[in-house]
Design a protein around this ligand. Structure first.
Ligand code: ATP
Length: 453
């Protein structure tokens, strides 16, 4: 097992969140402003499932686009894939998930609550009722969702919802290599839904049974495993910093030997300082040749690489950075959330990186008068091909600014009565609240400059 790169300096974990109400206020904002709604709410909700609203869907897409841009678009050694969610038992038999993808489950005999043993602070005390020594023996609980493909519920048609996207990449290794003419070192990236029947979902969208992952399998010559592992730990850590998470809220933590998954020869987690303490955003694992060999043995197909330069055949080693899109969205929201005093009032603002901000620009006519709105809409139409825009003409301008602050919109463009004569608009900056007058023909360039892309 190779050493993880040294963890960057990070603050010590806090036992008590600095602001205990913060988490609830963020969850509240998410619902009020259309980021995240509890699923099936009119029927009382459905067990930690969530729906992404008009704003959340934009932000989630931006998180995934930022990942894809960094992992695929800006590189020439990674290609993409979108594999099926429904999969035959053979895949999970070979990968070891049927036997090993389990969590230890205990029930409290006193109150009936069910807990994941490895996540308890004290393995002997029920956190729900506080009773000591009330737990049943731990049972291993498989996290995969099982279903039936086809009309008859017979064992031959059993299927699983994938609990990770990775296996779809391994089983397509040869297809991708042949079609893309890539050779190790190269990677295959995939974004998509995964499903786990979690024992204790919770903490809003941090742990849900249905979630989205962003995973990449990077195939390398076996002796280059440690080098690439270090490389990807560094790259992935930087990605979060580049998108605005403060260095004291992020750390890289190497797993102890007792934590390693059945396939791993070394794993480091990128962790974020959530209100409840440090917790995982992403795992970077050295999966060795475990998966390709297992699928090769079970399927009888060769899943290896013939290196013409050296005349040797080998099974590549794999480095896997595996992140959660939905969990990461939550971390970006928490990192961006700020409350500040402005002229005696509290301003809530999401200081999201412009790439992550749901709307880049909001176009706001100063009043609802037709002479302003008609031309403000023309400005909107001119901006829409370039930026995701919002348009809002109701309420006082100050309240509309506050609303955009809560959505994290970096720039507000206000069309006022002077605009009719000077053909210029006011551009208000979300973070500084400074306002610049900009000629309408220069607006697209000006906004590109402010947003940084
Ligand atoms: P945990 O220890 O939190 O259960 P894990 O180590 O099993 O997670 P991985 O299998 O490494 O998670 O999955 C990679 C990433 O997928 C995680 O870092 C996380 O961001 C995301 N993820 C995993 N499970 C969930 C879930 N139930 N809800 C939301 N995101 C998840």
């Amino acid at each position: 097992m190779s050493e993880a790169p040294a963890s960057p300096e990070a603050a010590e974990p806090t036992a008590e969140p600095a602001d205990p109400g913060l988490f609830d206020r963020i969850v509240n904002l998410c619902k009020r402003r259309g980021f995240v709604f509890p699923s099936a709410e009119i029927y009382g909700g459905f067990r930690s499932t969530y729906d992404y609203g008009p704003i959340g869907v934009l932000m989630l897409r931006n998180v995934k686009d930022a990942w894809w841009r960094s992992m695929v678009q800006l590189r020439d050694d990674v290609v993409g894939l979108d594999a099926a969610i429904l999969s035959p038992p053979a895949i999970w038999e070979a990968s070891g998930h049927l036997a090993n993808f389990t969590d230890p489950l205990v029930d409290c005999r006193h109150c009936g609550a069910r807990h994941r043993l490895d996540k308890l602070d004290d393995a002997d005390v029920c956190p729900t009722c506080g009773t000591r020594g009330s737990f049943t023996e731990a049972r291993q609980f498989n996290l995969m969702f099982k279903t039936h493909a086809g009309p008859v519920e017979e064992s031959s048609s059993v299927a699983y919802l994938r609990p990770e996207t990775a296996q779809g990449i391994f089983v397509n290794f040869v297809n991708v290599m042949n079609a893309s003419r890539k050779k190790p070192p190269f990677g295959v990236a995939q974004i998509g839904k995964s499903f786990r029947n979690e024992i204790t979902p919770g903490n809003f969208v941090f742990r849900t049974r249905e979630f989205e992952q962003m995973e990449m399998e990077f195939f390398v010559p076996p002796d280059e495993g440690p080098k690439w592992y270090e490389y990807w730990c560094g790259e992935r850590f930087e990605w979060y910093l580049d998108l605005g998470i403060a260095p004291d809220q992020l750390r890289l933590r190497a797993h102890g030997a007792d934590e390693l998954s059945h396939y791993s020869a070394g794993t480091s987690d990128v962790e974020f300082l959530f209100p409840w303490g440090w917790d995982e955003l992403e795992g970077i694992a050295q999966r060795t040749d475990y998966d390709l060999k297992a699928h090769s043995e079970h399927s009888g197909e060769k899943l290896d690489f013939f290196d013409q330069a050296t005349g040797t055949r080998y099974t590549p080693y794999v480095i896997e950075p595996a992140a959660g899109a939905t969990r990461t969205l939550m971390a970006f929201l928490m990192a961006a959330y700020a409350e500040e005093e402005v002229r005696g009032e509290t301003r809530t603002v999401l200081r999201l990186h412009p790439r992550l901000a749901p709307y880049k620009v909001a176009v706001l006519p100063l009043s609802k008068k037709a002479e302003l709105t008609a031309q403000a809409r023309q400005v909107l139409t001119a901006l829409q091909p370039h930026f995701m825009c919002d348009y809002d003409e109701t309420q006082a301008i100050g309240r509309r600014y506050r609303r955009q602050d809560e959505l994290g919109t970096p720039c507000c463009v206000t069309f006022d009565f002077d605009s009719l004569a000077d053909h210029a608009v006011t551009v208000r900056d979300r973070d500084t609240m400074a306002q610049d007058r900009v000629a309408i023909p220069d607006l697209v360039d000006h906004l590109h400059g402010k947003l940084g892309f």
